[in-house]
Design a protein around this ligand. Structure first.
Ligand SMILES: Nc1nc2c(c(=O)[nH]1)N[C@H]1C(S)=C(S)[C@@H](COP(=O)(O)OP(=O)(O)OC[C@H]3O[C@@H](n4cnc5c(=O)[nH]c(N)nc54)[C@H](O)[C@@H]3O)O[C@H]1N2
Ligand SMILES: Nc1nc2c(c(=O)[nH]1)N[C@H]1C(S)=C(S)[C@@H](COP(=O)(O)OP(=O)(O)OC[C@H]3O[C@@H](n4cnc5c(=O)[nH]c(N)nc54)[C@H](O)[C@@H]3O)O[C@H]1N2
Ligand SMILES: [Mo]
Length: 675
């Protein structure tokens, strides 16, 4: 039995145990001793070994034969591949400078060193373009930071102490399944669970109260709630006076948002806004639990900034289980010594940063100086996951672009690669697994040898460094040595949590104090040290210094939400038959009124048209969506015409207000019968 942890981009970071016989993994199951995993995995990872031993897995370096996008490759040796890659890169560096090389990576493998260590060192050293990995979480963090100084909050496990829980733009049962038992436990102890989501998700169906809000209007809703709290004397003035700045200015601002006005913005009735505000402000502990849904809007950061004012006004932070609970990543990374892992002191200064969201635009920009001439994609599948898919594919199809993809499968992106290099699965490499949904730190031990000629991300970068003729010893540091360095931070939350202990026990919870209430007595890590209801920093950056509805996109058409699905992990698993069969052809959920207005009916193939592109999908007339909103599953799916398409054909780069993200859900579409 070998202990490890799931490496997928998911808040749960489950711990697992792998049984190996004769070098082959024969079973993989949830670790019953892990408090969060509780011995169960999920619809995807229950079949992880099918992924490991999948016949379509890339096991050797491949070189393209035929046209880009055709997906035809021949096997080559590692030596051939590395020699050619190094020569091509060196020629590009000589002609255009190292910024012409763009590494594009995401959280495809979510672990400490496989996600960001030797890659950052190598590319920082040679001065390649830097990547702003801002598609997920950055906007939420940036928005929350403007108000409370952090993007995290309380330990999510403390939700069991809460009595009023708001799952705000998160589909817990689908995307954060292992958190649901905690929600249920809180409910058993008497908590009310509210879901605020434009879509009646599985989570919304399970809630005590579902508020089907109009997309992108959550900040307006929060302003309405604060209006009532101020009006009815439901503000914790003692807390606000001691620990917040800008209250008087906020009071002026929220006067403009009486329930009637907010009702017409949000689609939530004035009565429901009144009831929510009263219950929220008078029930303690009360907890807001947002994840990502709110950030994929043009006004994403302002949405987070504004809802973060609620627990300040209510004083919810005083109570155990009160306040706000979002990603715990920042808590893990604050404890671990990341500088020792990334060695930023060796970075080439003054190098440009390109936002991952703009990959299509950047690859197609003839005026970019220097142009992107080489692309290395690892732990990401931008052909599916980034906005404006048609433009991304046009960029990837450029014959003068040299593309290398490191992955376990020939992904939609890899089909355009000059070289595809084989990556190890999570049971074949070593890593430390900080989680963004809880405070348990796990060590992922390799259970089997790398399959075929696959290599881990860290080994790939050691090989690339050697092929490029680099000799700095820190470009070749071993995995174990980097993990030990990260653990040796001296941070009190890591006291007694050693490599040896993790090796033996598999996972340990960070030493957060018992009854940890980070902001019970203020201490917000903002410039002023207080919760900033008015923000000078935002004013200086040219934003509204006060909470506001933000730019509520109101184009004509139906607003398209493209959310996560049960059987896929972003684009992952979409090529595996078991999962593909479950989800099948691309669908679009449409309210009956909209179906009638657009002349489309249930089960019919419809053409979905946005400003960016067109896609065919099967119409599902459904009361899961409200009038004016449609829902399509995100992932690599087969469209109505049998072609593989991403819903990102329909989305635009649409930069968020701040935080560098993309308003993926600020997309508007029209429908018509496809034939
Ligand atoms: N099964 C599965 N689990 C996953 C993933 C997966 O692909 N599959 N992906 C993982 C990743 S990368 C992430 S980031 C997390 C994301 O986890 P979540 O944030 O829970 O997931 P999303 O689907 O991005 O959005 C959540 C909800 O926000 C709602 N929403 C959209 N716009 C608005 C709005 O304006 N206001 C409100 N109130 N709600 C809105 C959507 O309808 C959706 O139900 O899930 C992770 N877990
Ligand atoms: N329309 C729409 N678009 C979205 C979203 C949405 O809700 N709607 N969600 C956004 C969000 S929140 C996110 S996080 C992004 C996700 O965007 P991506 O991260 O680009 O998407 P994934 O499909 O998770 O791609 C990860 C890839 O990493 C590979 N991989 C796994 N392990 C390893 C490894 O050890 N090494 C290497 N080299 N590769 C590995 C997997 O096989 C997979 O192909 O998508 C964003 N795009
Ligand atoms: Mo994400």
């Amino acid at each position: 039995m070998i202990r490890g942890a799931c490496g997928h981009d998911c808040p749960d970071t489950c711990a697992w145990v792998v049984e190996v016989q004769d070098g082959r993994a024969v079973s993989l199951g949830g670790d019953p001793e892990h408090p969060f995993t509780r011995g169960t995995l999920c619809a995807k990872v229950n079949h992880y070994l099918e992924r490991v031993y999948h016949p379509e897995r890339v096991l050797h370096p491949l070189r393209r034969v035929g046209a880009k996008g055709g997906g035809r490759f021949e096997r080559v040796s590692w030596d051939e591949a590395l020699t050619d890659i190094a020569q091509r890169w060196q020629a590009i560096i000589a002609e255009s400078g190292a910024e012409a090389i763009l590494p594009h990576s995401s959280a495809g493998v979510q672990g400490l060193i496989q996600m960001q260590s030797l890659d950052l060192r190598l590319f920082g050293r040679i001065g390649a373009s830097r990547l702003d990995r801002a598609i997920c979480g950055h906007v939420a963090s940036a928005g929350l930071k403007s108000t409370i100084g952090v993007g995290s909050g309380i330990d999510p496990e403390d939700i069991v102490h809460s009595r009023f829980i708001v799952l705000w733009g998160t589909n817990t049962i689908v995307t954060n399944l292992h958190f649901w038992p905690y929600v249920r436990e809180a409910r058993r102890r008497g908590a009310t669970v509210v879901v605020i989501d434009p879509v009646k998700t599985r989570t919304a169906e399970e809630a005590d109260w579902h508020l089907p809000i109009r997309p992108g209007t959550d900040a307006a809703f929060a302003l309405g709630v604060m209006h009532i709290m101020v009006r009815d004397g439901l503000v914790d003035h003692d807390y606000v006076t001691r620990y917040a700045t800008g209250y008087d200015a906020l009071v002026e601002r929220v006067r403009r948002y009486p329930p009637s006005a907010v009702a017409s913005l949000t689609g939530i009735s004035a009565d429901d806004i009144e009831r929510f505000a009263r219950t929220y402000a008078t029930t303690h502990p009360s907890l807001l639990r947002p994840l990502i849904g709110l950030e994929h809007h043009r006004n994403g950061a302002m949405q987070f900034r504004t809802i973060a004012c609620l627990p300040v006004l209510s004083g919810a932070w005083r109570h155990r289980g009160g306040g706000l609970a979002r990603s715990t990543h920042a808590l893990h990374f604050a404890a671990l010594d990341m500088a020792a892992v990334e060695l930023p002191q060796h970075d080439t200064p003054g190098v440009r940063t390109l936002n991952m969201r703009d990959i299509g635009r950047d690859l197609c920009d003839p005026d970019m100086a220097p142009p992107v001439r080489a692309l290395l994609v690892y732990g990401a599948n931008p052909a599916v996951s980034m906005p404006n898919q048609s433009q991304v594919l046009r960029g990837l199809a450029r014959t003068d672009l040299f593309t290398v993809v490191h992955d376990l499968f020939v992904t939609d992106t890899a089909r355009y690669a000059d070289y595809v290099l084989p990556a190890t699965s999570q049971i074949e490499h070593l890593d430390l697994s900080p989680a963004w949904g809880h405070l348990h730190l796990a060590l992922n031990r390799p259970a089997i040898a790398p399959q075929g000629e696959s290599v881990s991300n860290t080994e790939l970068f050691r090989r690339l460094a050697a092929a490029l003729g680099r000799t700095e010893p820190w470009l070749f540091e071993s995995d174990e040595s980097m993990l030990r360095a990260a653990l040796a931070s001296g941070h009190p939350w890591l006291d007694g949590i050693t490599y040896e202990r993790l090796w033996a026990e598999g996972h340990v919870r960070l030493n957060r104090p018992d009854d940890w209430r980070p902001f019970a007595e203020g201490g917000f890590p903002t410039p002023s040290g207080k919760a900033e209801l008015y923000s000078d920093a935002l004013a200086a950056a040219g934003h509204d210094p006060l909470p506001a509805p933000g730019d509520i996109t109101s184009a004509s058409g139906l607003q398209l939400i493209t959310g996560k699905t049960l059987h896929f992990l972003n684009s992952g698993y979409s090529h595996i038959d078991r999962h593909r069969r479950r989800t099948g052809t691309l669908t679009i959920d449409v309210h009956a009124d909209d179906a009638r207005a657009h002349g489309v009916s249930d089960g019919e193939l419809v053409r979905v048209r946005s400003g960016q592109g067109t896609l065919d999908a099967i119409c599902r007339v459904s009361d899961r969506v409200q009038p004016g909103v449609v829902f399509m599953p995100y992932g690599g799916l087969v469209d109505g015409a049998g072609a593989r398409h991403s819903v990102n054909v329909l989305t635009a780069e649409a930069p968020t207000d701040w935080g560098g993200g993309s308003g993926l859900y600020s997309t508007f579409v029209a429908l018509e019968p496809a034939r």
